[in-house]
Ligand binder design. Sequence first.
Ligand code: GDP
Length: 686
Amino acid sequence: MQTYGLDSIHNVIFLSHGGAGKTSLSEAMLFTTGAISRLGKVDEGNTTSDYDPDEVKRKISINLSIIPLEWQKKKINILDAPGYTDFAGEAKAGIRVSEGAVIVIDATAGVQVGTEMVWQYCEEAKLPRLIFINKMDRENADFPKVVDDIRAKLGNRCLPLQTAIGAASSFLGIVDLLTMKAYTGTGAQPKEAEVPADIKAQADSYREKLVESIAEVDDALLEKYLGGEQLNQDDLILTLRKAVIEGKIVPILTGSALQNVCANRLMDAITAYLPFPNEQKVNTSSGLIDASETAPLAALVFKTTADPYVGKLTYFRVYNGVFNSNSQVLNSTQGANERIGQLFMMRGKTQEPVQQVKAGDIGAVAKLNVTATGHTLCAPDKPIKLTPIVFPKPIFREAVHPKTKTDIEKMGSALSRLAEEDPTLTVTRELGTGETILAGMGDTHLSVSAEKMQRKFGVNVELAIPKVPYRETITTSAKAEYKHKKQSGGHGQYGHVLIEMEPKSDRGENEFTEKVVGGTVPRNFIPAVEKGVLEAYPEGILAGYPVIGVKTTLYDGSFHPVDSSEICFKIAGAGAFKKGFADGRPILLEPIMNLKVTMPNDLTGDIISDLNTKRARVMGMNPQGDVNNIEAQAPLAEIQRYAIDLKSMTQGRATYTMEFDHYEEVPAQITQKIITQKQAEKAEKA
Ligand code: GDP
């Protein structure tokens, strides 16, 4: 492949509700440009973009894949993003490094939840976009109906730039509304024809709306238009391009990926209307700068894959300068140099070795040491930081249980490599329950991650809903005295302390202080008392959960000149703490989460009544157009399966975010159940 620069590359992300046909569309484009000689099919598992075994098995895209194409002396890097909320992190990363997007919509389904979600992502990123109504060859495909749906749900700035000729089995091609020419047939060389008489009126009406909207973007054009003058074709195209880049118009195109009808026209539209990298500023931590090939290197890492055979592969987008093979770069995020070996251009899973990757383009490099997704790579003597990618926070947690002894040993490193590859995945160890917790965007995300662990690292695990990380605390102040005294044979043992314990109003971290006067507990033994208290924290006396929110003050005690030792005072400290805790009216605390649920208005009632069964408190509601946002607080114990429940309750039409907020007392009857269960578990172990 020839090299292209800032004025001849388009980085375009394909986004949609899952299954609208992004992968098939990129396959049709590859075929049309002659890059592949056989059209792969998603249903046969042989497309260029979906190559991962998980994707082939599930017939959905899970990973962001890069597909470079050459079209009309331009390079188009397609970023094929997964359409499921579970893999939103990949979509967000792809959006960050693209100058434009194509939103693919299924002609038989119209605007779906996933469409609205990715639309929202593009709005946040102010990404210029095109809409492609796909699957016009399918039964029940209805172009005008989908156009109306799009305009109603995504806004009136979405305007047909093409209209469909026929539908379903009689779908033939499109009419370009600017040139008023018809194109039929498949592949790269469609036949040009006159606009069929039966759709002439429809096409005229769409064209009128389009021309009027284009004219409104430019004062000079508007004057001519209002004066009844015929507008020049080139002016219309130029002004439409400006309107698309400014987000004032989103052109609607159509076709069929499967039949390869009009993938070529979509590529024409990408090169005609979406911006080049040099038309956009580069976002750095110290402000916006111009994109330039002669400036020092600045590249953003937007994807990392870990593979036991190939090793680690780092995908980057070059914003400025030239990235060279066999060079040295600075990872400015980490403040460490990286040695660069061979650079590659990627096409799906195929790597093509290249000498350099220039500003505007996308490349990959293997075996970097300190670099992860979101980091900036730059010239060692010209440090610069690109604005990092903002990833969604994990919302669904599962406990990971290794199946065998060898799995236990290998699990830790496999998990950390997975998390390195996927910034929406976190691994933590839960204090109190001892479980390893994998957190991500949903149940599919976690089960795909577990399968990946098995396939790539040979580690077998089971996923389960985690135990709730309860805590224990006291509700009143209490004083406690503990004397550890033993007289056995020669040397005796003696440690004696008096402590006071108080509940902290914020239920924050435990605290230890002392106000011993007159050396009743000698200075050198005070740290031992503290150690004893500290060691009592991890296991409370109610049900063995960690203690939080207790302030302990050592205020008195006594010692023996010969028999006292550190160990004796440690025992005394721990003993006093346990006594005081029991007298402080202890309670069980549970994590309360902040929950934000976004749903179409008609589902509000169902979601609220479901929340009411989950001990949730609805804190507020914020309707915005067709969608409603509910803010609530709910105990983690009740919403650990919320990702699954919400999906099945709403057929995936609602999304949510969830974050820990604070601890609250567990209701008495539930506390009793938890204590009984804990005692039974203990008895079973003994
Ligand atoms: P993605 O999830 O958006 O990448 O969608 P895919 O490309 O994987 O397509 C999902 C399903 O729709 C597959 O079964 C495709 O064969 C099918 N499909 C994609 N495009 C078309 C099309 O234009 N017409 C028809 N009839 N089916 C299509």
